[in-house]
Ligand binder design. Structure first.
Ligand code: 5AD
Ligand code: SF4
Length: 463
């Protein structure tokens, strides 16, 4: 080891993809924090650069190789001045491509899959000693062990993610997740509740439960009775200080009665649900192996709306799936109208090697692109309708940080939309009533209610 290595070391993490990855990046920084690393905001300032990758869409692996190409010079320049810089690839591309990354990119020192983050400090130490290390084993037994440690001190947060489940057993025919993240594994109810208490103790007021297929979470009571995500929400809502609960992402097949009842009966469960449908066509849903029909999905939405009429629904869609014809696409447009989504993510199908749909005859790229833009126009309109329907309502907002313009602070509405408000900074961290006065394409605008004299804002926070 050189003198440089013994000083405080710095890590830069670049995060691609989903919220699970954002959460994993924080956890990696926590794990490395305990072995002397502090986070920095640029790769130039770091002795360790981690690319936390996502494999779910597009040419993810190619993007990673070109990023590594850009970092090559940085690493070599540092080496020329006697400074060791390590480059690591983590996340789903690491899991999927392990050895291939090492072969194609000689400047990469370590490759660590999502199942192995608890071993990161050890892997980094070995790489610093000159080894090139690949860790992509599925060590399910201690998968969540590292998560049970107290969180490191970091920037004050009022809203936090909490991983409760990983992996997926659904095997939608387009999706790599069951291969890169492995089979469904649930973290124990006791560990989740303990972490939620710790978060509440740190001042966190909103917890979003994360999992690739979060509503497939399964646990059990000490006496061995089986539990589902709805039961877990009922327990978490009892924790003093936890005022808001969310969860993402769900599969329609796993929305059971208890979970729907949780939306009806628990005030802390926010009226927002991300429930991907992917397509509105029964033919395409079958080819995607989604295991539900259009009618099943619409009946489910009716039951959820009956339980929680003000719920905001979010969806995911894929267009240009192999075999999709114009009539199928018309069914997708019509399901958008039937559901009335508050927000949605939409994608052009991209073949993921190793998944069943990748080998099927593909839809013409120009047709798929055209469908995507038509779908996005329709979804944009649905979102605008939802946002403008909020104008005039009073909603609780959990203020989290400074807003876009001086004097503004921003928080989330119950429906997850950001709300920009001119209000004192002292309200950051509180849940306050806000009158929604306007909307943009992605955010709402609001003001604090005025008192009866019409001049002073009512500033007390509601719990
Ligand atoms: N092509 C396009 N979109 C995909 N998604 C997952 N796999 C693919 C793929 N091969 C989308 C789905 C999923 C979201 C996270 O990404 O809509 O819900
Ligand atoms: Fe992928 Fe979601 Fe289907 Fe699982 S349920 S295979 S994560 S799209």
């Amino acid at each position: 080891m050189t003198g440089m290595d013994r000083k405080q070391k710095r890590v830069f993490v670049k995060t691609y993809g989903c919220q699970m990855n954002v959460y994993d990046s924080e956890r990696m920084m926590d794990a490395l924090g305990s072995s002397g690393y502090s986070a920095v905001a640029s790769p130039e300032a770091a002795e360790l650069i981690l690319l936390n990758t996502c494999h779910i869409r597009e040419k993810a692996a190619e993007k990673v190789y070109s990023e590594i190409g850009r970092l090559r010079r940085l690493k070599h320049d540092a080496a020329a001045s006697g400074r060791q810089v390590l480059i690591g690839v983590t996340g789903c591309v690491a899991q999927a491509e392990g050895q291939e990354i090492m072969r194609r990119a000689p400047e990469v020192d370590l490759v660590v899959g999502p199942q192995s983050y608890q071993r990161l400090p050890d892997v980094v130490a070995r790489a610093a000693g000159g080894a090139r290390v690949v860790e992509t084993e599925f060590a399910v037994r201690d998968k969540f062990a590292a998560l049970d440690r107290p969180i490191a001190a970091r920037e004050k947060r009022y809203s936090a993610f909490l991983t409760v489940q990983e992996g997926c057993d659904k095997f939608c025919s387009f999706c790599v997740v069951p291969y890169t993240r492995g089979a469904e594994v649930s973290r124990s109810a006791a560990a989740i509740i303990a972490e939620a208490r710790r978060l509440a103790g740190d001042g966190v007021r909103e917890v979003t439960l994360l999992g690739q297929n979060v509503n497939a979470w399964r646990g059990e009571t000490p006496s061995g009775r089986g539990l589902g995500l709805g039961d877990l929400l009922f327990s978490l809502a009892e924790i003093p200080g936890i005022d808001r609960l969310r969860y993402t992402t769900s599969h329609p097949r796993d929305m059971d009665d208890v979970l729907i009842a949780a939306h009806r009966d628990i005030d802390a469960v926010m009226p927002y649900l991300h429930l991907p449908v992917q397509s509105g066509s029964d033919r395409v849903l079958a080819a995607m192996n989604r295991r539900h029909s259009r009618a099943d999905y619409l009946a489910l939405i009716d039951r959820i709306r009956e339980a929680r009429p003000d719920i905001a629904l979010a969806g995911d869609f894929i267009v240009g799936f192999p075999g999709e014809e114009e009539a199928d696409f018309a069914d997708t447009l019509s399901i958008v109208d039937a559901v009335g989504y508050a927000s949605a993510f939409s994608f052009k199908y991209s073949p993921r090697p190793g998944t069943p749909a990748a080998d099927r005859p593909q839809v013409d790229g120009a047709d798929a692109a055209d469908r995507l833009s038509r779908l996005q126009e329709r979804l944009g309109k649905a979102q605008a309708d939802f946002n403008s329907s909020r104008i005039g309502m009073t909603a609780d907002v959990l203020f989290e940080r400074w807003g876009r313009h001086p004097g503004q602070i921003v928080g989330r509405s119950p429906w997850l939309s950001p709300v920009q408000v001119f209000a004192p900074e002292s309200l950051i961290g509180s849940i306050s009533s806000v009158v929604i006065t306007g909307c943009g394409s992605n955010s709402l605008f609001g003001c604090l209610p005025v008192d009866l004299d019409g001049d002073a804002p009512v500033l007390e926070a509601t719990a």
